[in-house]
Ligand binder design. Structure first.
Ligand code: ADP
Length: 431
C-alpha cells in the first residue's frame, strides 16, 4: 500500500512539474501576430542588407539613422561612421556642371522640407576619399509619425552611370545622323520647290502633281530630322537653355495673337487668365474700368516655353475640326498653371498613359493621315521637366482634350533677385 502511495505521489509530482514547465514555456512563446512582426523585422533587415540599391533613412533633421551596405558602397562611407552624420556630409551631390547641390536641389532635403516625394536622376555623387563620381538616381519619400507629422525620410539610391553613358552614345548617334541627313533633305526640298515654280521651270500637270507629293514628303522628313535632333539634345542636356524671369500673362497674350494667324480652320482661339478671365476692378477716382491681371512669373527660357505652347497649340489645331481652342493661365502661390484646351476628337483613355513617350501616336485613321512624328509631346515633357514642372492631359473621346502644365511660380522677391531688379510690379494693368 505504502509503495503504491509513493508511486502515485511520484507520478503526480512529475505531471505537475511537466505541466508547470509547459505553462512557463507557453508564456514565452510569441503570438502569431508577434511572430509575424518579428519575422518581418528580421527579414526586412536581411533584405536591406542584401539589396543592390542603396537605402538610407534620415530623421527629421537630416541625420542618417540607417544606411545599408549598398548605400555605403555608393558613398564610400563605412556604416558605423555614416550613422549619426548629416546626409549632406555623406552624400556629396552636384549637378552635371559640377555645381554643388543646394538644399533646394537635393531631393533628401526637399522631402524633409515639404513632406513630398522627390525624384532625381541626374545627381552626380562624389565618393568619399576619392575623386570618383557616379550618376545617381534618387527617389525619396517622407516618413510620418502617428500624428502624421513628418519625422524623417527614406531614400532609394541607384548608380545609373552605365545607363546614362549608353543613353548619351545613342543620343549622340541620333543627333549626328539627323544633323547630317537634314542638309541633303533641305537641298532636295529646295530643288523640288524650284521645279514646281512656273517662273523657273516648265512641267506638265501630271509631273507637277508628283512633285507636290514629293515636296510634302520631303518636308515631313525634314521635320522628322529636326524633331530627332531636338529630342536627342533634350535627352543629353544639350538643348540651349537661357532662363530668365518670364511674366506669363503678357507672354501668352502676345503668343496667342501670333498663333491665331496660323489657324486655317474654322476654329475660334481665346486666351483666358484666372478662373473666369481677367479680374475687372472699377477705379473710384476716374470712374473708368481697369483690367488687372495677376502676375505669374516663372524662371525659364522664353524660347523653350514658346516651343512648348506652340507644339500643344499645333496639336490642338491638327486634331480639331471645328470649335474652340482656349489657352488658359491660372495658378496659386506656388505654381503657375497653363493649359491648352480644345474641342477636338479627344484621346482614348488607353492611350493617355503612353502619350508622352517617344514616337507614340494614337493609332487611328486621323493620325495615319495627319503628318506627325510622335516626338512632339516627348520633347514638350522633357522641356517642362527641365523647369521642374509637370505636364498631363485630361481628355474625352469626341469632346476634346486639355493639356495642363504646372511650373513653379516665383514670388515677387525671387523674381526681383533673378532679374537683378530691386523693385517689381505687383499688378500689370492693361486697358
Ligand atoms: P504627333 O507628331 O503625332 O502630333 P505628338 O507627340 O505631338 O506627335 O502627339 C502624339 C499623339 O498624341 C498624336 O499622334 C495624337 O494621336 C495625340 N494627340 C496629341 N495632341 C492631341 C490633341 N490635342 N487631340 C487629340 N489627340 C492628340
Amino acid at each position: 500500500m505504502i509503495v503504491w502511495i509513493i508511486i502515485i505521489g511520484g507520478l503526480i509530482s512529475i505531471s505537475l512539474a511537466t505541466y508547470l514547465k509547459f505553462q512557463a514555456a507557453k508564456k514565452t512563446e510569441l503570438s502569431p501576430a508577434e511572430e509575424a512582426t518579428s519575422g518581418q523585422k528580421s527579414s526586412s533587415s536581411t533584405v536591406l542588407e542584401a539589396v543592390s540599391d542603396g537605402v538610407v533613412i534620415l530623421d527629421n533633421k537630416g541625420v542618417i539613422k540607417m544606411i545599408n551596405p549598398a548605400a555605403c558602397a555608393l558613398s564610400g562611407w563605412q556604416q558605423k561612421d555614416a550613422i549619426g552624420i548629416d546626409h549632406r556630409s555623406v552624400f556629396k551631390l552636384s549637378n552635371e556642371k559640377g555645381k554643388p547641390y543646394e538644399d533646394s536641389d537635393n531631393p533628401l532635403s526637399r522631402t524633409l522640407a515639404d513632406g513630398k516625394t522627390h525624384r532625381d536622376s541626374n545627381a552626380i555623387l562624389t565618393e568619399n576619399g576619392s575623386n570618383k563620381s557616379i550618376v545617381l538616381s534618387m527617389s525619396v519619400s517622407p516618413l510620418f509619425d502617428s500624428e502624421q507629422e513628418i519625422n524623417g525620410a527614406i531614400g532609394i539610391l541607384r548608380d545609373i552611370s552605365q545607363e546614362k553613358q549608353a543613353e548619351k552614345q545613342r543620343a549622340e548617334f541620333i543627333s549626328t545622323a539627323s544633323h547630317e541627313m537634314r542638309t541633303p533633305v533641305a537641298s532636295i526640298e529646295g530643288y523640288l520647290a524650284l521645279a514646281m515654280n512656273p517662273k523657273v521651270s516648265s512641267i506638265d500637270d501630271k509631273a507637277r502633281s508628283y512633285l507636290v507629293k514629293a515636296h510634302a514628303a520631303t518636308q515631313h522628313l525634314g521635320s522628322l530630322f529636326q524633331d530627332l535632333l531636338t529630342s536627342a539634345k533634350v535627352e543629353d542636356g544639350r538643348l540651349t537653355n537661357h532662363p530668365s524671369v518670364v511674366e506669363m500673362s503678357s507672354f501668352l497674350t502676345s503668343l496667342t495673337e501670333d498663333l491665331k494667324f496660323v489657324v486655317k480652320k474654322n476654329i475660334a482661339v481665346e486666351f483666358v487668365v484666372g478662373n473666369n478671365g481677367a479680374l475687372i476692378k472699377p477705379q473710384e477716382d476716374t470712374g473708368s474700368i481697369r483690367v488687372v491681371q495677376p502676375i505669374y512669373n516663372i524662371y525659364a527660357d522664353p524660347e523653350r516655353i514658346r516651343e512648348v505652347v506652340t507644339n500643344l497649340f499645333d496639336n490642338a489645331v491638327k486634331y480639331t475640326e471645328s470649335g474652340k481652342i482656349t489657352i488658359g493661365l491660372t495658378g496659386d502661390n506656388d505654381i503657375v498653371q497653363l493649359y491648352i484646351k480644345d474641342t477636338g476628337k479627344g484621346i482614348p483613355s488607353n492611350d493617355i498613359p503612353h502619350l508622352f513617350q517617344k514616337f507614340y501616336r494614337v493609332d487611328s485613321s486621323d493620325t495615319r493621315t495627319e503628318s506627325g512624328t510622335g516626338l512632339g509631346l516627348f520633347i514638350t515633357r522633357k522641356i517642362i521637366e527641365m523647369y521642374r514642372g509637370r505636364i498631363w492631359v485630361e481628355s474625352k473621346v469626341g469632346q476634346g482634350s486639355t493639356f495642363y502644365i504646372n511650373i513653379p511660380r516665383l514670388n515677387n522677391q525671387q523674381a526681383a533677385e533673378l532679374s537683378g531688379n530691386s523693385t517689381t510690379k505687383t499688378v500689370k494693368p492693361t486697358t
